[in-house]
Design a protein around this ligand. Structure first.
Ligand SMILES: Cc1cc2nc3c(=O)[nH]c(=O)nc-3n(C[C@H](O)[C@H](O)[C@H](O)COP(=O)(O)OP(=O)(O)OC[C@H]3O[C@@H](n4cnc5c(N)ncnc54)[C@H](O)[C@@H]3O)c2cc1C
Length: 452
């Protein structure tokens, strides 16, 4: 007879891990199956390795500021292989950390492929091909997502996605980045800060199209200052790997553009990993944008849930985790977790960073909301000045006295957005802001104009 679980989660990324941990802490018998690396895309090929690398390039770029602070460094240079070791070490720490959390919570884990064969049964296939079937009261699908490659473009040794670029062992002297959205500008920042010649090619008329225009303009200015060539309204036609370089052909405002570089990096979006045959057999509804879920993250088949990137929408680790908490909470009878897309902060980890949470100014304008916008500049903050943080600002949007949206562009924006995410999710009024006391002197005093 097969082993019986209260929950089987498929996929050991932020979604599957969080759901498994929470259910196990609540005394459910849980099995988590992961086919590749613990921590999923986030730990192995996403959030963590990229941020480890961006920390390196930021320190290197910031060395230029030190002279103004009276610190002279004469022969700073980049040791790319040491940077890669740092990246690998941080990934290892993150993956081991994930396994430790699972062990402490009492989650049983298996490395291999999980296949749903009925709403109560999962077949586990280990790397040697041996299979075993387990029964489950509930199943959570957390298969994640994969890079999207444009039709007609072939991946090769020099034409890579974000997965492949993270395995490079030497710093390219030039790189073409196709796609000027979040992942594209993060890599552009990293390579340009280390001195590579970076060209961004973006089909739309601006980079970071989903974020505030003013923030995107400031980021563009900083990238150009770093030497990044940004070609917007430019449509990629072909990428040819010659064996020693990549030749790109594109159309820019009706003119043909030809650029050569050591590598090309495709950052043209991600798509949910949909095992369509399995979904069809089970009758689980989906579109190419993702698996359809209800407000409790349940799919169209009772007892089977889906969380994270596989559900489409904002593909972010913390969104996957919140969806997972809600699904696992619901399974365990704890309905206190809430999920609202407007409460999910998003961050572009370029330098400067862009962080945002809320309704968006664009939607507020489209919906005809009467809003009050309060702006606060980094240049008016003494710590930002002392630390030579450069330009940046906070833009807070209030509607009917409540904060509905906040955008920050500037250094440490990713951390600064956290209290504003709490303020938005708790529908804080301007009056409630008045009891918020900010430590002095800190960058957080940038929020002083919101308090009044
Ligand atoms: C370069 C890059 C940078 C990013 N940076 C950030 C960032 O800074 N912040 C942020 O919030 N997000 C970031 N993301 C996005 C983030 O990584 C994802 O949103 C997040 O990992 C989604 O979590 P998930 O659990 O849904 O899926 P994943 O993390 O993709 O995990 C899914 C897991 O399921 C496994 N799996 C799939 N099918 C099966 C199966 N049948 N059986 C067993 N296992 C299976 C896969 O091997 C995978 O490990 C980044 C992504 C990339 C590519």
């Amino acid at each position: 007879m097969s082993e019986k679980y209260d929950l089987i989660a498929l996929g050991g990324g932020p979604g599957g891990l969080t759901a498994a941990e929470l259910a196990a802490v609540k005394k459910k018998r849980v099995l988590l199956i992961e086919k590749e690396g613990w921590g999923g895309t986030c730990t192995n090929r996403g959030c963590i390795p990229t941020k480890a690398l961006l920390s390196c390039s930021k320190y290197f770029a910031d060395l230029k500021k030190l002279k103004r602070m009276g610190i002279n460094i004469t022969d700073a240079s980049v040791d790319f292989s040491a940077m890669k070791k740092h990246q690998q070490q941080i990934v290892k720490v993150s993956a081991l950390g994930a396994q430790k959390v699972l062990a402490e919570a009492g989650v049983e884990i298996k490395q291999g492929i999980g296949e749903i064969i009925s709403p109560q049964e999962v077949r586990f296939i280990d790397p040697s091909g041996k299979s075993e079937t387990f029964s489950a009261q509930n199943i959570i699908i957390a298969w994640g997502s994969v890079p999207q490659v444009l039709p007609g473009i072939n991946l090769s040794e020099r034409v890579l996605t974000s997965d492949g670029i993270l395995n490079l062992n030497s710093l390219p002297s030039s790189i073409i980045i196709v796609g000027g959205s979040v992942i594209g500008v993060e890599f552009a920042t990293f390579f340009a800060e280390l001195g590579a010649k970076v060209t961004i090619v973006e089909i739309l008329d601006r980079i970071i199209p989903l974020e505030d225009q003013e923030c995107a303009d400031l980021l563009k200015q900083e990238l150009v200052r770093l030497g990044v060539a940004i070609n917007t309204s430019t449509k990629l036609e072909s990428l040819k790997d010659t064996g020693s370089s990549v030749v790109m052909l594109a159309q820019e405002d009706g003119k043909q553009l030809e650029i050569s570089a050591d590598y090309a990096l495709l950052c043209t979006g991600r798509k949910p990993l949909l095992n369509t045959e399995e979904l069809d057999k089970l009758g689980i509804e989906y579109t190419k944008a993702g698996i359809k879920i209800d407000r409790n993250m349940m799919t169209s088949v009772a007892g089977i849930y889906a969380v994270g990137d596989v559900t489409g929408g904002m593909m972010l680790a913390h969104r996957a985790m919140q969806q997972a908490k809600l699904a696992a909470g619901y399974i365990c009878g704890d309905n206190d977790f809430t999920y609202n897309e407007n409460f999910i902060p998003s961050v572009v980890y370029s330098h400067p960073q862009i962080a945002r949470v809320g309704y968006t100014q664009k939607r507020a304008e489209e919906d005809g909301l009467v809003v009050e916008i309060i702006k606060s500049q980094y240049s008016a903050n003494i710590i930002a000045r002392a630390e030579l943080m450069g330009q940046g600002f906070v833009k807070a949007i209030f509607h009917q006295d409540k904060l509905i949206d906040a955008t920050i562009v500037g250094e440490d924006a990713a951390d600064l957005i956290a209290p504003l995410a709490l303020a938005i999710s708790s529908a804080m009024t301007k009056k409630q802001f008045k009891s918020w006391v900010l430590p002095h002197p800190t960058l957080s005093e940038i929020f002083a104009p919101l308090i009044g």
